[in-house]
Design a protein around this ligand. Structure first.
Ligand code: ADP
Ligand code: MG
Length: 569
């Protein structure tokens, strides 16, 4: 049989019929160099496009491009982008109604993240994508479908999925870039650094809605005293600013680039594509941005180290609310990050509650400690580092009270960092402040045990796990707002978080859950590592084509904001 012949004969037969006849397409089709699988057929031209997959056996990608997990993620990412490019080149205009003719693959943005749309092993390269099967009104456009499936698609596949037709050097660079970033991240712990920003990096973004690099930006240059040399995977040395463990302040005048630096550090938990400008801005993988988030829900969090006996509330070691204040939400965000395993907290004064961050000498004199339930973060930041090994990077342009607590002080001056640690120490000595440390007792928090049955992913009898953009997740009858979970970068991660919450319902069963939040996250990470991302997909959503791997911190952030979620202590 000629390649695609079976497909052509079905399409000839159903041409002009009602849309449902497309269901006959379900199945697999031999195209000589690849096999096409039509897994899911949309019900009408306006529904989400149909799900397709191709498998290329005996592909010729050299094994050293995917032999370890790191390279595999980078290569798969490259192929997804290459396929997307192929679509852009070969698909000119669409014909038909609704989603007719839409061809797309779940390609990533500036970050390179493990994703489900491309899978490669020595035997098979698999690519998953969507196609809106074409219709005029609701009538099948058989000829147009034929053109898309038997001409356009093979063209795309040939130009974007066969190693011999691709730029070997560009692929090598993409993989190398990712591997270098991973290699540097691996060195951070040994070097006792929490982040590294290579000299020459471009940190600012084009705009609030475009994550592309800002054209004509001032390139980052490390100050001599903070410069470290780290090794890339290909054996070169790169120089850049190393932020040591401990308490680091980023100070400087308004508009001098403080928040831009912190944002680059926040996203340094991910690796970036070549040309992004942040390829070598690398942060430890456990960094969590902490911000105020008034209005969020809190389920039994022990915030007593920060909030003690507020009016009307006796016990804050077991604190729940449907509508948290700025300071309480920030306290809960810290405890939840630590509970999930983070040892690196990132703060920006722009998004922090002032009364949570500082309480100065004059205020201490006017408002008695007995009348202030909040223990400000300044009274915990040193203790968190010295007794719990938790480092903090904090943007603070508006108060010098933190000088005493800081191990490193970086001043942003016209977008360039300067090491002002010594100067700030001198000032702290010359202008001592008499504010009293006010923390009542040691920092501590109680462990929580999630109740999996409270996740409730069903709406009636139907499984409901949907994401809307990056920041909204629908689970059963609940809606989770992730707008202020700032290290989430893709809607495909959000979708994967929904699926992850579904998987969590299998853990911890029984009336007395025995796994802590951290146990549950460890178990989930282990399962994803062992079985791959596909494992997250619930029944009926086999071969998921649009998942990107979320970090445990974002998964638990969703759990913590799910209004039905119950915890034990
Ligand atoms: P701050 O937090 O110190 O007030 P921001 O980080 O918000 O300052 O930066 C202020 C503005 O300067 C932003 O519009 C940002 O895009 C721009 N900016 C930051 N860093 C650079 C840079 N290296 N080159 C050019 N523009 C920059
Ligand atoms: Mg700022």
């Amino acid at each position: 049989m000629k390649p695609g012949e079976k497909l052509i004969s079905i399409l000839n037969r159903i041409d002009g019929r009602g849309y449902k006849a497309y269901l006959d397409l379900k199945g697999s089709y031999d195209f000589n160099s690849f096999t096409l699988f039509i897994d899911h057929v949309q019900r009408d031209p306006f529904a989400s496009p149909s799900l397709l997959r191709i498998e290329i056996p005996d592909h010729s990608f050299p094994p050293d491009l995917y032999q370890n997990k790191t390279r595999k993620i980078a290569l798969e990412d490259y192929i997804s982008r290459s396929f997307a490019e192929g679509i852009k080149r070969k698909v000119k205009g669409r014909k038909g109604s609704g989603k007719s003719g839409i061809l797309r693959i779940d390609q990533g943005g500036q970050e390179v993240i493990e994703r489900s749309c491309v899978n490669i092993n020595p035997h098979i390269l698999e690519i998953r994508f969507e196609l809106g099967l074409p219709a005029r009104g609701r009538r099948i456009m058989g000829k147009e479908a034929q053109r898309l499936l038997t001409q356009v698609l093979p063209d795309i596949v040939s130009s974007s999925c066969f190693y011999e037709n691709l730029h070997a050097e560009e692929i090598a660079r993409h993989v190398q870039c990712y591997e270098n970033a991973e290699h540097i991240r691996d060195q951070l712990i040994r070097e006792e650094l929490v982040a590294f920003i290579a000299t020459g990096s471009i940190l600012p973004r084009e705009s609030g809605i475009s994550p592309k690099p800002l054209p004509r930006a001032v390139a980052f240059k490390s100050p001599d005293t903070l410069t470290v040399s780290l090794e890339t995977a290909d054996g070169n040395l790169v120089q850049g600013m190393g932020i040591p463990e401990g308490v680091t302040l980023i100070v400087g005048g308004g508009y001098h680039g403080k928040s831009t630096l912190l944002q680059a550090i926040e996203l340094g938990v991910y690796n970036h594509i070549p040309g992004d400008g942040r390829e070598l801005v690398i942060t430890r993988e456990d960094a969590v941005k902490i911000r105020a988030e008034d209005g969020r829900r809190i389920e039994k969090v022990d915030v007593s180290s920060f909030i003690h006996q507020p009016p009307g509330i006796k016990d804050t070691s077991n604190f729940s609310t449907e509508n948290a204040s700025g300071s309480t939400s920030q306290a809960a965000n810290i405890i939840e990050a630590l509970e999930a395993g983070s040892k690196l907290l990132l703060f920006d004064e722009d998004t922090s509650a002032t009364n949570f961050m500082i309480r100065d000498e004059r205020m201490q004199r006017l408002v008695n400690k007995e009348k202030e339930p909040i223990t400000p973060f300044i009274d915990r930041v040193g203790e968190l580092y010295h007794e719990h090994g938790v480092s903090t990077v904090l943007v603070m342009g508006g108060s010098g009270d933190y000088f005493q607590e800081a191990n490193t002080v970086i001043m942003m001056d016209n977008y360039q960092p300067r090491d002002v640690t010594l100067a700030s120490r001198k000032i702290a000595q010359e202008m001592p402040i008499n504010r009293k440390a006010e923390a009542p007792g040691k920092f501590h928090y109680q462990k929580r045990y999630p109740h999996p049955e409270s996740i409730q992913p069903y709406k009636g009898r139907k499984l409901k796990l949907d994401s809307r953009g990056i920041s909204t997740l629908m689970i059963g009858t609940s809606m989770i707002d992730l707008s202020w979970v700032e290290q989430l970068v893709e809607s495909s991660q959000t979708r994967a978080i929904g699926y992850a919450l579904y998987q969590l319902t299998r853990y911890n069963t029984g009336p007395q859950p025995s796994l802590t939040v951290k146990n549950v996250l460890d178990k989930l990470d282990e399962e994803i590592n062992r079985k791959g991302l596909d494992f997250l997909a619930p029944p009926g959503r086999k071969h998921p084509h649009n998942l990107a791997r979320p970090r445990r911190y974002e998964i638990v952030a969703a759990l913590n904001r799910l209004r039905s979620c119950k915890m034990n202590m």
